[in-house]
Ligand binder design. Structure first.
Ligand code: GAL
Length: 646
């Protein structure tokens, strides 16, 4: 595994560059990502290029033995371009322009901007495509960041109408598919259709979902245009994009099909603070991150591009963008790095080399402080580089469990949540977390992935599941869990004529006759668990495998398939997965809340995310006696232990 860093030579005096490069190399860093926000320095005026500084920056890095990951600068179109093409600006859902003055102000659908993005990509690829130090390209930066995947601009409206005309045979078909007879929403032509925002009350969910599908396709096309240019002008180089955490506004599986490597930006403390976690977790893991946050994304993005994935940005200290920005516990930068290694990363690249004393992110730490002295991150990177060299390669993990992740499922839940706390991503994460607490290694895979090698398959939900997918799941030799709302909608966002779970009924004879969402505190107890948020009323002749205290069944099984008709808590998930593991002949290793394991080849990695030391001997047989490659049986907070299974 390589270590890397995100570097902005354009932010620093040129006479600092050589020293920076020397220190990077000394620290064990071998790859440097540059250029993603440098358009105004590369092309200060339309058609006038200033390559000199970038030539010298790349050569300086190369002279110190550093490889370069060069980025296309399309996330930050410069002022002159925006002024020349004002309608390239994205509009938010409230119709407000996303004005120049920060970044990501472009609309994915603006064809003029697409041409400009292609032009600057071609210029950069032409100049550096054959440079021996340039070993990889990153397209743009964090598609969708700052809520920018969906734009409600005139350009988006035009392209959306074209998309609709391609996806629906004619306007009558569209009217029927969307159910536009409801509230007199019928259109006479595609030209009459607008965007699903600024309506009096909620827009038609079928309209919303088609717009989401369209917006996702626009991101795929925007990225593909750059990839094609880079492949032609810079053959043999890896192409990567840096995806985000807990972000579902476009189909990352689809974008990744055009990439060589899926990258992602790992900010465990920022994500814990920003997302749905209960306050108790936000406090307990404030300085370590929830034990499953980084791992969930490692496994998700590993599944996006055939196993090749990089951490493009790793949190090095306090960030600037969450509600609260605490410092990681000493040792966490090391832990996150080794954790990525355990999950099979080829690269961990820290964001950023040196804290900038100016601009929006001046409160965001780097490995170095603004005065060039080492910050805590730099010290940890130096140490972990030696440990990585000692561990050499981690090896591939066995793959007992697959969790099927669907971006489209997230869009369906989001389009019609039916209850404020009913969120697909959270359900998928809860299932992932429960599996990890039983000690499993998990692959997170796309709905069309080959599932035949797995011992256990978990499908948090697939609301628009089709008959072929149901047959494929029923034909597997292993137990499969299907979560709530599976089969609850047709592809056109209607309730199936035979009622949910739609095509699943062919193998699991049950019908969902009513669903209800539950506010916080309104819960239904069962034996050792409670159901909250969401409950389905089931009619079936099948006996319930698990019921609520009031006698209503919530888990039903037939053959290898199991259906969960409620929102589970951790106890219910542990019980379900333990039963399924027993069916599959898989051993479970129940772990305490703060401990996680990850196997990689014949290595086992253990990580402590909690505030207290963990005695591995209490949880893992033989732990006290074995030899450790790193650490030992006493795992301190932020500690990592590694051993071999032989
Ligand atoms: C990422 C982004 C970087 C930087 C970083 C700060 O989302 O890609 O450019 O803003 O966050 O944590």
């Amino acid at each position: 595994m390589h270590l890397g860093v995100c570097y902005y030579p354009e932010h620093w005096p040129e006479d600092w560059w050589a020293d920076d490069a020397r220190r990077m190399a000394e620290m064990g860093i071998s790859r440097v990502r540059i250029g993603e926000f440098a358009w105004s320095r590369i092309e200060p005026e339309p058609g006038r290029f200033d390559w000199g500084w970038l030539d010298r920056a790349i050569d300086t890095l190369a002279r110190h033995g550093l490889d370069v990951i060069l980025c296309t600068p399309t996330a930050t179109p410069p002022k002159w371009l925006v002024d020349a093409m004002p309608d390239m600006i994205a509009l938010d859902v409230a119709g407000q322009p996303r004005r120049f003055g920060s970044r990501r102000h472009y609309c994915f659908s603006h064809r003029g901007y697409r041409r400009e993005a292609a032009r600057i990509t071609a210029e950069i690829a032409e100049r550096y495509g054959a440079h021996p130090a340039v070993i990889a390209w990153q397209t743009d930066n964090e598609y969708g960041c700052h809520d920018t995947a969906l734009s409600y601009s005139a350009a988006a409206a035009t392209e959306f109408r074209h998309w609709l005309a391609r996806h629906h045979t004619d306007i009558d078909t569209l009217n029927r598919a969307w159910g536009n007879v409801f509230w007199s929403m019928e259109y006479r032509s595609f030209a009459e259709i607008g965007l699903p925002n600024l309506t009096v009350t909620e827009p038609n969910p079928a309209h919303v979902l088609d717009f989401q599908r369209f917006a996702s396709d626009e991101v795929v096309a925007f990225n593909r245009a750059q990839v094609e240019i880079l492949r032609a002008r810079s053959p043999g180089r890896d192409i990567v994009h840096n995806f985000m955490g807990f972000f579902t506004q476009f189909d990352h599986h689809a974008v990744s099909r055009d990439l060589d490597v899926a990258g992602w930006d790992s900010y465990p403390l920022g994500f814990l603070e920003q997302f749905w976690f209960p306050v108790a977790d936000k406090l307990r893991y404030a300085r370590t991150g929830h034990p499953d946050i980084a791992a969930f994304h490692h496994d998700l993005y590993r599944g996006c591009s055939n196993g090749r994935w990089w951490v493009m940005e790793q949190q090095p200290g306090p960030v600037n963008w969450a509600g609260f920005n605490p410092a990681p516990l000493p040792g966490m930068v090391r832990l996150w790095t080794l954790e990525a290694m355990a999950h099979g990363a080829e690269l961990v690249s820290y964001f950023r080399w040196r804290q900038a004393p100016f601009g929006q992110e001046q409160m965001h730490t780097g490995l170095l402080r603004p005065n060039c002295s080492d910050d805590v991150g730099a010290q940890e990177v130096g140490g972990v580089a030696a440990e990585i060299a000692r561990l050499a390669t981690a090896g591939a993990a066995p793959q007992p469990v697959a969790l099927v992740f669907s971006y489209a499922a997230d869009w369906v839940f989001g389009t019609q949540p039916q209850g404020r706390s009913v969120r697909y991503l959270e359900l998928a994460f809860a299932m992932y977390s429960a599996l990890r607490q039983l000690g499993f290694d998990i692959d997170i895979v796309a709905p069309d992935a080959d599932l035949s090698g797995y011992a256990l398959v978990v499908v948090p939900s697939l609301p628009m599941i089709d008959a072929a997918t149901v047959d494929r799941l029923a034909a597997l030799a292993c137990p499969v869990l299907l979560g709530p709302r599976t089969g609850s909608k047709t592809a056109d966002f209607a309730i199936p004529a035979i009622l949910p779970p739609g095509p699943l009924q062919a193998h699991l004879p049950l019908r969902i006759v009513r669903v209800e969402s539950l506010r916080d505190g309104l819960v239904h107890p069962g034996d050792g668990f409670v159901v909250s948020r969401w409950l389905e009323h089931v009619e079936t002749a099948l006996p319930a495998e698990i019921s609520l205290d009031d006698g209503r069944g919530i888990v039903f099984a037939k053959g290898n398939l199991r259906y969960l008709a409620a929102w589970p808590d951790a106890a219910l998930l542990a019980r379900l997965f333990t039963t399924m593991a027993a069916d599959a002949g898989l051993a479970v290793t129940p772990l305490p809340a703060d401990l996680r394991l990850r196997r990689a080849g014949d290595r086992v990695f253990a990580f402590n995310f909690g505030p207290d030391p963990i005695d591995l001997g209490l949880w893992l047989p033989g732990a006290a006696a074995r030899d450790y490659l790193l650490g030992g049986a006493d795992l301190p907070p932020a500690g990592v232990s590694v051993w071999t299974t032989q």
